[in-house]
Design a protein around this ligand. Structure first.
Ligand SMILES: NC(=O)c1ccc[n+]([C@@H]2O[C@H](COP(=O)([O-])OP(=O)(O)OC[C@H]3O[C@@H](n4cnc5c(N)ncnc54)[C@H](OP(=O)(O)O)[C@@H]3O)[C@@H](O)[C@H]2O)c1
Length: 164
């Protein structure tokens, strides 16, 4: 199966200058907890925005550039959606981590969304799209616990695709 993990601002803001628009250490911890020991799938721009290859995760990086390469045992380069389908084990949870282009590509194939809404407006140059509310059921929701390092209120949701 495929899942998304995504954080957005109040206006679906996702990114600015190839970075996240906010600094939320507790959300980074949540991201690690959800994605660790899974295959994570991302666009080339999101991959290049990571500070490093993330430990304990197999990375699949999508690019149309057939010459793109990255020498690391946990990084696989793929040139199409079909190629990703051939690499992953569909019985496991494979997690799409963005960005917007790759979320669009995988939306029809995705059955769960780990969504964080950050309760503030941000300057952004990449936005998430509106989800069709009829297609998703909210199965979990909880508020973030704030502390000295994490001061912006945010809410965590788990959405599951409604059975047809
Ligand atoms: N808030 C969040 O949860 C979150 C999560 C992830 C990222 N972000 C932010 O989002 C921004 C990046 O998102 P983005 O939408 O600009 O870029 P992206 O989705 O990360 O990457 C786009 C790239 O993916 C490749 N690609 C797209 N469609 C493809 C296809 N059909 N087949 C093969 N490769 C394909 C292309 O790479 P080539 O150009 O190499 O061909 C394209 O330029 C950054 O600001 C990042 O910080 C936010």
């Amino acid at each position: 199966m495929f899942s998304f993990i995504i954080a957005v601002g109040e206006n679906n803001e996702m990114g600015l200058n190839n970075h996240l628009p906010w600094h939320l250490p507790s959300e980074i911890g949540y991201f690690r907890k959800v994605t660790e020991y899974h295959t994570i799938i991302m666009g080339r721009k999101t991959f290049e925005s990571l500070p490093k290859v993330l430990p304990n995760r197999r990375h699949i990086v999508l690019t149309k550039d057939k010459n793109y390469s990255y020498d690391h045992r946990d990084v696989i380069i793929a040139n199409s959606l079909e190629e990703v389908f051939n690499i992953v084990n569909k019985d496991e949870e494979n997690i799409i981590i963005g960005g917007a282009e790759i979320f669009r590509l995988f939306l029809p194939h995705t059955s769960r969304i780990y969504l964080t809404i950050v309760h503030r407006s941000f300057k952004a140059d990449v936005y998430f799209f509106e989800l069709d509310k009829n297609e998703w059921i909210e199965t979990k929701k909880w508020e973030a616990i704030l502390d000295k390092k994490t001061i912006i209120p945010h809410t965590y949701y788990v959405l599951d695709r409604r059975e047809k």
